[in-house]
Design a protein around this ligand. Sequence first.
Ligand SMILES: NC(=O)c1ccc[n+]([C@@H]2O[C@H](COP(=O)([O-])OP(=O)(O)OC[C@H]3O[C@@H](n4cnc5c(N)ncnc54)[C@H](O)[C@@H]3O)[C@@H](O)[C@H]2O)c1
Length: 306
Amino acid sequence: MVTGGAGFIGSHLVGKLLMEDFKVIVLDNFFTGSLENIQMYVDNPSFQVIKGDIRGRKVVRETVKEADYIFHLAAIASIPLSFKKPKKINEVNVIGTLNLLEESLNSNVEKFIFTSSCAVYGKPVYIPIDENHPTNPLSPYGVSKLAAEHYCRVFYETYGLKTIILRLFNVYGPGQERSPYRGVISNFIEALRSGRAPVIFGDGEQTRDFIFISDVVNALMLALKAEGVGGMTFNIGSGTETSINKVAEHLLKIFGLDIKPIYTEARAGDIRRSCANINRAREVLGFRASISLDEGLRRYVNALKG
Ligand SMILES: NC(=O)c1ccc[n+]([C@@H]2O[C@H](COP(=O)([O-])OP(=O)(O)OC[C@H]3O[C@@H](n4cnc5c(N)ncnc54)[C@H](O)[C@@H]3O)[C@@H](O)[C@H]2O)c1
């Protein structure tokens, strides 16, 4: 079962699971997800999509009943929206998760893999950020992801439900352009495709850890297959720190454009630096980020050309 399987990351995961001969059920209310993302799977007899809300007890019960493994990706993944509608974010990201966890206990779920976020860490006190770094989220979105993580942990410790938490860093890749909450890379690409200059907030020297979608899907598959990882939390990033200026530079080269980015006021609350320490995922899951930023950007841009 993949909650949020019609979304950016979920739809790529669905493709991989079907390729590996799993039967896949998607539960998604299409809030940000789209049919376009999963259109190519709808005729596959191993694929089923249920339009429903993770806040709805009945639909969750009936879907979870069918599942051996749950990938829980459904969420409202927008920091700006979380400031505007913190209660709604709480309902979907926290209560929705709790619904799934409770129904998993009443069923035969063997593993529950939850996609959390680097937003749980807040402002880094050291870099690279490992899993023991303090968690001080700076947005209602980060709070909701952290609360959901705690529920996953408690359900493991109390009831033995094998929950695994993956804290994803900045994911990018084909399909993200369809998400209304796409990140900086998709915004830059959209601008460059129409010959406009990318807009950079602040001086562009702020850094992030960008990870290509196929590496994230690999991490999810490794979590599915690994033994003895119940109750564990893993950072999933590239382990490389990249400035926003560098991203713009790579993309301008790929597009062969000789234009300068536009610099505008820094965004309030943006952290200065971010980079994942991925040693635990490497050692325990055998994870490695195999796609460099340049390669990932080229693949993304090529995919858009069709
Ligand atoms: N994209 C990233 O860089 C990133 C980074 C860290 C964590 N994450 C996490 O990964 C997961 C997937 O993110 P994404 O980038 O694919 O976002 P996305 O918005 O493309 O996917 C989320 C999916 O959840 C669905 N959804 C939302 N509310 C729902 C509800 N109430 N009931 C059922 N379905 C619902 C949406 O329709 C969408 O298909 C999220 O949990 C997000 O918090 C993403």
